[in-house]
Design a binder for this molecule. Structure first.
Ligand SMILES: Nc1ncnc2c1ncn2[C@@H]1O[C@H](COP(=O)(O)OP(=O)(O)OP(=O)(O)O)[C@@H](O)[C@H]1O
Length: 836
């Protein structure tokens, strides 16, 4: 809609800012309605900042103002009305004065009315020059402006208000201010305006053409029988338009109400063509009109121009859209170095972290992983002092892949690298390169590197790089993905392409380094491969220390070795789990209106991180609770009395989220080599739950499904990978990861593998059954304790069963948990001396 462009804020017109927006809105809305511009003005008024108005771009309005010519007076009255309100001495929308000046308002109105009168006088004074309609818009506006000026001159001479005199003292500035009418001739707008006007015209003509309906009787008696009809046009088989003879104006006697008018076209409606033709023939025959002279009838099918055009509208829109998107795509994704693309898809979605504001992370915030930090430190040194390396001819590695399980701090390490080096950090996820449009991924890679080079020295961090960096050969086997490959190729090119002097370092994080393309990993691209494992107990302690620093701890925990104790209690936790655990503890403390975070809050938080939210609504029946208790007691007893099994840390039979009816936490030893005996013990312990059920109940339950999966996996690995089956021997029948289900062995070998797996599991089962049969009493003790307390910890087992008959293999466990105060819940606090 071209009108929308006619009012735009003009910041240079500071004078208008003195007008309160409400009064302005009011004035605009009132007056604009008379101009048919309410939409425009509402829009202008709705903008919060409305420092000024200007009617510009009359190129587009040039055409339609001619249609609005009768409204010029309204335009003028709009202007003068706003003047009345705000004492605007000149021009449309230009206001001056102060609306606080209410006392003077009547006076002002009078003055302005005088101005109006003067204006009208002057208008009348020069009729000879040109009529109002003949004036061009510019001339009208100019004239109006002159009138306003003369009005102001009069007003200022008669008025002694200071504001007026101050205006007079700065005539030059005001002259400059009058710049809010601009006339630009934009051919596009002109064509568009013409088109719109034409459409409007045809619509109006269609709808409002001056036609009058008459009856058949009137037609017959007053026109047809008098021979006044030249021809008839039947439109759309329903309306008959009458064309009268040219000399018809001389004929008197047409008595249609409203009288005869040669400018009006008359028509009547018919029921059907057949009856119309018949009756027409009958009348003419009755009047003796020979066949050759009878009134000709023409048949026309006509829809309105608008409905005719609307049929084409979807096609036009479609073609337009295709044309536009093709143009955009060509200028964007496909273009060299192109960014943008359709809807800006070719632009990299990387988030920029500014070193001064956002990247506040330093190496000290990254706990543990000292080796990884050391590897990465070299990049920082290079970015800080590149000359030192270049001088000796050394080329700095282009990038490093940080691999490891989720939440181990890969992103954090990359951020800390940027924080230490004090350079911009561009972070993007591998999946953000992937889009439904072809070529967009590659375009985004180009854009990312272009941006990074623009702000070099800088660091790019691509998280989850496996989304684009997956090995090409492997993916092509499963159908391939050209778009992803194109993105990867572009990444390879960009990494190869930039010079060491570019000082752009690429770090990438992944959980699956094994599936990455070899080309990515070769020297010259990601030269360094930094593996970040789950933290060990000391690593966890260090991470806890980082996160505990922000938490308001209870003073009782001062010499509690809190971080060490928590680290011993959280085997298998990643850095993210630890951060989450500390945060959860603080949240729990806040929920319980505690002033400090205490150890019991951490215990609850650990439960929550491990097993999910406690489900108070999930109530098990007594029988189910007994089954769960004896199941868990079976595991616990095995863990206690089997030398290589993991001793129990905590077991709970409170249902938690994630579908668990209870959970048990065991302490894994810090060992890196597993003997056959250890694996057999672990399997026996895993089967302990089911065996206990077998021994204590008539029927077994579905609760051991997860245990069987673990046992099967261990046994299968022993047979197919670890050479622990004499029948299979020293062969590796492991199914390749990421290859789908491909069995690298014959059917008969497969049968032998199955037999061996079964044999090993049976052996573990027998071992477990023998043990638990001899420990029925202990199982009952533990199970009943569990039933009464719902949660038991290691110290309870020591109390019930005595110390474990084997030395602990987990040093940290001895170090942090051997002599400490244990709290299990709010009421139950006791000192437990562990004697290992
Ligand atoms: N070593 C650590 N020291 C301190 N905090 C850590 C450490 N490792 C992880 N964290 C915490 O865990 C959060 C998540 O870590 P981060 O996002 O770096 O993990 P990630 O390895 O990149 O995970 P993903 O592979 O899922 O992307 C960090 O914001 C931080 O609070």
């Amino acid at each position: 809609m071209p009108q929308l462009k006619t009012i735009t804020p003009l910041t240079t017109m500071s004078t208008l800012s003195s007008v309160t927006s409400n009064s302005l809105k009011h004035a605009l809305l009132q007056k604009s309605s008379s101009m048919g511009l309410s939409l425009v003005l509402k829009r202008a008024c709705s903008t919060r900042v409305l420092p000024a108005l200007r009617f510009n771009d009359f190129s587009s309005s040039h055409v339609y103002t001619s249609a609005l010519t009768p409204n010029l007076n309204a335009l003028r009255s709009f202007s003068s009305s706003t003047c009345l309100m705000k004492r605007a001495p000149r021009g449309f929308g230009k206001f001056d004065g102060n609306n606080k000046d209410d006392q003077n308002s009547d006076k002002e109105k009078r003055e302005n009315n005088n101005v109006e009168k003067d204006t009208n006088k002057e208008e009348n004074a020069e009729p000879a020059a040109k009529t109002e309609a003949e004036l061009s818009l510019e001339e009208k506006i100019k004239r109006l402006e002159e009138k306003r000026k003369s009005g102001e001159t009069k007003k200022s001479s008669s008025s002694s208000t200071s504001s007026t005199s101050s205006k007079q003292s700065k005539p030059k500035k005001k002259e400059d201010d009058f710049n809010f009418i601009e006339i630009k001739l934009n051919p596009n707008y002109m064509v568009l305006s013409l088109l719109v006007l034409y459409l409007l015209y045809t619509l109006v003509a269609d709808l409002q053409g001056e036609t009058t309906e008459i009856t058949w009787q009137e037609f017959k008696t007053q026109l047809l029988e008098k021979g006044l009809v030249e021809k008839l046009t039947v439109i759309n088989k329903s309306n008959v338009f009458i064309s009268l003879r040219s000399n018809v104006s001389d004929v008197q006697g047409f008595e249609h109400k409203g009288g005869f008018n040669s400018k009006v076209s008359y028509y009547f409606t018919i029921g059907s063509i057949d009856s119309f033709e018949r009756r027409l023939d009958e009348v003419q025959a009755a009047n003796g009109v020979p066949h050759s002279e009878r009134v000709p009838v023409k048949y026309v099918d006509r829809g309105s121009t608008l409905s005719y055009l609307s049929g084409f509208l979807p096609t036009i829109l479609m073609v337009g859209l295709i044309y536009w998107s093709t143009k955009k795509l060509r200028s964007g994704a496909g273009g060299a170095g192109g960014a943008g693309g359709i809807f800006g898809t070719g632009k990299s979605k990387a988030r920029l972290f500014n070193q001064e504001t956002d990247v506040q992370v330093k190496f000290k915030d990254v706990a543990g992983m000292d080796e990884a930090k050391e590897e990465i430190m070299e990049f920082v040194k290079f970015l800080k002092n590149p000359k030192k390396y270049e001088k000796l001819g050394a080329k700095i590695p282009r990038g490093a892949i940080l691999s490891g399980p989720p939440g181990t701090g890969k992103t954090l390490l990359a951020k800390a690298t940027a924080g230490e080096a004090g350079v911009p950090f561009l972070s993007v996820s591998g999946s953000e390169f992937v889009e439904m449009f072809v070529g967009v991924g590659a375009s985004r890679v180009r854009d990312l590197f272009k941006t990074a080079r623009g702000m070099a020295p800088s660091i790019i961090f691509v998280d989850e790089i496996d989304a684009i960096g997956k090995s090409r050969s492997k993916s092509s086997r499963s159908g391939g993905n050209d778009e992803r490959e194109a993105t990867l190729n572009q990444l390879l090119v960009e990494m190869d392409g930039f010079e060491t002097s570019d000082q752009v370092i690429v770090l990438a994080g992944t959980n699956r380094p094994d599936i990455l393309d070899k080309a990515l990993m070769r020297p010259g691209r990601f030269d360094r491969h930094v593996t970040i494992d789950l933290p060990d107990v000391e690593g966890r302690k260090a991470i806890f220390e980082v996160h505990l620093a922000n938490i308001k701890l209870s003073p009782d925990l001062a010499d509690f070795q809190l971080s060490g104790r928590l680290s011993a209690l959280t085997p298998g936790f990643s850095g993210a789990d630890i951060a989450n655990c500390c945060n959860e503890a603080a949240l729990i403390a806040a929920r319980l209106d505690s002033d400090f975070v205490e150890f019991k809050h951490f215990e609850k938080a650990m439960d929550r991180v491990i097993a999910g939210l406690e489900k108070k609504s999930k109530i098990l029946s007594t029988e189910e609770l007994r089954t769960v208790a004896y199941h868990e007691a079976g595991h616990a007893i095995c863990g206690w009395y089997l030398k290589y099994a993991n001793p129990l840390l905590k077991v709970s039979i409170i249902p938690h989220g994630r579908g668990t009816l209870g959970y048990a936490q065991y302490i894994p030893p810090d060992i890196f080599l597993h003997s056959e005996e250890q694996l057999m013990d672990q399997m026996a312990m895993t089967l302990g739950g089911r065996v206990s059920e077998e021994l204590h109940f008539e029927s077994v339950t579905s609760g051991a499904g997860d245990d069987f999966e673990k046992v099967t996996n261990i046994a299968r690995s022993m047979v197919t990978e670890l050479g622990m089956s004499k029948k299979i021997g020293y062969l590796n029948y492991q199914t390749q990861k990421g290859e789908g289900i491909v069995k690298p062995f014959s059917d008969s070998t497969g049968r032998t593998i199955d037999q061996e797996v079964e044999r090993i599991i049976r052996k573990a089962h027998t071992r477990c059954k023998e043990l638990l049969s001899s420990k029925r009493q202990e199982i009952a003790l533990v199970a009943e304790e569990l039933l009464s307390k719902e949660v038991i910890v290691r110290e309870d087992l020591i109390r019930l069963l005595g110390p474990r008959p084997f030395p602990e293999r987990n040093d940290a466990f001895d170090k942090y948990l051997s002599d400490v105060k244990v709290t299990k819940d709010d009421k139950d606090t006791k000192d437990v001396k562990q004697d290992v």
